[in-house]
Design a protein around this ligand. Structure first.
Ligand code: ATP
Ligand code: ZN
Ligand code: MG
Length: 498
């Protein structure tokens, strides 16, 4: 890596007369930097009136922009005392960074704040018009990482996702090959709407969904010692900045805006227009709402981690075993929507676990055992488990195929007879289970007294459990497996419409 930073210092007065002194000061300063990084070189390009032009070059261990900020302090002290000279302004003429890439980019790469030039496996980023504040922030290193990440991702585009089978059940007899959403809609158990990807569950469908919730809690979470919490349904951006959701899925978030004011006078025109037109005056509304700073829950774990922010957890509370079943998840699924299995608003239970690596490995085995009990003994499902791209990488918009299997995500998938042949059709991911290492533990600065903490979560989608089960077992309770009938054998009568 080669960094080349060209800068002009503007002093409060002429520096020409102290040219020699300045030169030796800068060379002394350069000496001190050489102790940190042998490659840092400061060249004086010009000294003219009150302007000093320099060029700081380094091979990158000690970044020139850090050298520059230190040099500013150094010169201010040296010249301030003796000559009453101050530094009025620092102008960055250009900042050029050359670095090697692992692979040659397939197509052009653009990033904000800089031009990116690529020559085979060599990248150059050229920054212009940046100020001191820009250099002070940690942008430069992130810009380099971003270029590398973009090249890496170009190689994954269009490639099949990582998927490695862990376990699969026997083939099971299915009682029908219909799409449960369609059938339930025909019977009036379900109603689509009122907006895209949302559903109204009439008593029959609601009962099935709620039964799934009861089974998850009674058969999986309670026996393992999980305790329920209740969290907010609205997640502020600063939490998602830490978890990576804003980088990963900004196009799937349902954004939440607050009113800019409660002042009745400010809302008067909006109210009047609504009364007269019996329509929503959107232009007027826009004046009275703020830009969003939060979104509707995407997954429940971010707020659970947030609740532990900066805390030291007592050893006796480990492993922490919590779950939320209150917050409803909102995701803008756009073209992907289908029935109640891919919706914009869904009901999940999310268990979150924090503990030592060993505790989490043991827990993972126990959770899989309980899940297997539900899907085999209660649902009698045809399903399988596979390692997939870790959850946090998907959520951060990254793609990878090297999950270590100590950490990583397991998807649970069910055969959906209505989609066709079991070997050729796409199976439905109805839940997942992840161990995420110390990623979120670090992000939220969570500690234990002695041990190193890891964490993980599992997303139990109630709509997905429901459709997976109904797609194989049908909607006639008489034909449901005995295990499930112990929980539900009579559906509510529901309503008749004329
Ligand atoms: P998919 O690949 O199907 O989009 P995902 O990887 O986005 O799923 P996760 O973020 O891992 O899903 O969420 C975990 C669980 O949440 C899923 O296993 C599923 O049960 C449920 N889920 C996710 N998205 C939806 C959706 N749009 N509709 C219904 N359930 C969903
Ligand atoms: Zn999670
Ligand atoms: Mg998704």
């Amino acid at each position: 890596m080669i960094f080349d930073l060209k800068v002009i210092f503007t002093f409060s007065n002429e520096i020409f007369l102290i040219k020699n002194e300045l030169q030796s000061s800068i060379s002394n300063f350069n000496e001190t930097l050489l102790e940190k990084d042998k490659s840092v070189k400061i060249d004086i390009k010009d000294i003219n009136k009150n302007l000093l032009s320099i060029d700081i070059i380094s091979e990158g261990i000690f970044r020139p922009h850090n050298a520059l900020l230190q040099m500013k302090n150094f010169l201010s002290k040296e010249l301030g005392k003796k000559h009453h000279l101050g530094i009025r302004e620092i102008t960055i003429e250009s900042y050029t960074i050359d670095f090697d890439l692992e692979k040659k980019p397939i197509k052009k790469i653009n990033i904000p704040f800089a031009d990116v030039k690529i020559n085979e496996k060599q990248a150059t980023i050229i920054l212009k018009n940046v100020d001191e504040e820009f250099l002070r922030r940690n942008y430069i290193d992130r810009m380099i990482s971003l270029v590398k990440e973009k090249v890496e991702n170009q190689y994954y585009e269009g490639k099949e996702e990582f998927w490695k089978l862990i376990w699969k059940s026997n083939e099971k007899k299915h009682t029908w090959s219909n799409d449960p959403t369609e059938e339930m809609t025909k019977l009036g158990w379900l109603k689509q709407g009122p907006t895209k990807g949302k559903w109204f569950y009439r008593p029959q469908a609601a009962t099935i969904l709620k039964t799934m919730e009861i089974i998850a809690i009674e058969e999986v979470l309670k026996p393992l010692g999980f305790e329920e919490i209740i969290e907010s349904n609205i997640v502020p951006f600063n939490v998602w900045l830490k978890t990576g959701h804003l980088e990963g899925m900004p196009g799937e978030i349902y954004y939440v805006t607050e009113p800019a004011t409660r002042d009745v006078e400010k809302w008067e025109r909006f109210i009047d227009l609504t009364k007269i037109t019996k329509d929503v005056p959107l232009d007027e509304l826009q004046k009275n709402v703020s830009l969003p700073t939060a979104g509707i829950c995407y997954a429940q774990c971010p707020l659970i981690y947030w609740s532990f922010k900066g805390k030291t957890i007592s050893e006796e509370s480990l492993p922490v075993l919590l779950y939320d079943k209150t917050a409803v998840s909102g995701r803008y699924e756009s073209g992907g929507r289908h029935g109640i299995e891919r919706v914009d608003e869904f009901h999940r239970i999310e268990p979150v676990y924090i503990g030592t690596k060993e505790q989490l490995f043991t827990l993972r085995e126990k959770m899989i055992e309980r899940y297997k009990h539900v899907f085999n003994d209660i649902f009698d499902l045809e399903w399988r488990m596979a390692w997939v791209t870790p959850w946090y990488m998907q959520q951060a918009g990254k793609i990878s195929d090297n999950s270590t299997q100590e950490t990583g995500t397991i998807d649970f998938e069910a055969y959906m007879p209505y989609r066709g042949d079991r070997a050729k059709s796409e199976w439905l991911e109805f839940q997942n289970l992840s161990i995420l290492g110390d990623k979120y533990i670090k992000a939220f600065n969570i500690k234990a007294q002695k041990t190193e903490l890891w964490s993980g979560c599992s997303g139990i989608g109630l709509e997905r459990w429901t459709t997976a089960f109904l797609a194989q077992k049908g909607i006639n309770p008489d034909k449901w497996p005995e295990g499930f009938r112990k929980y539900l054998k009579n559906l509510p009568k529901g309503l008749k419409f004329l």
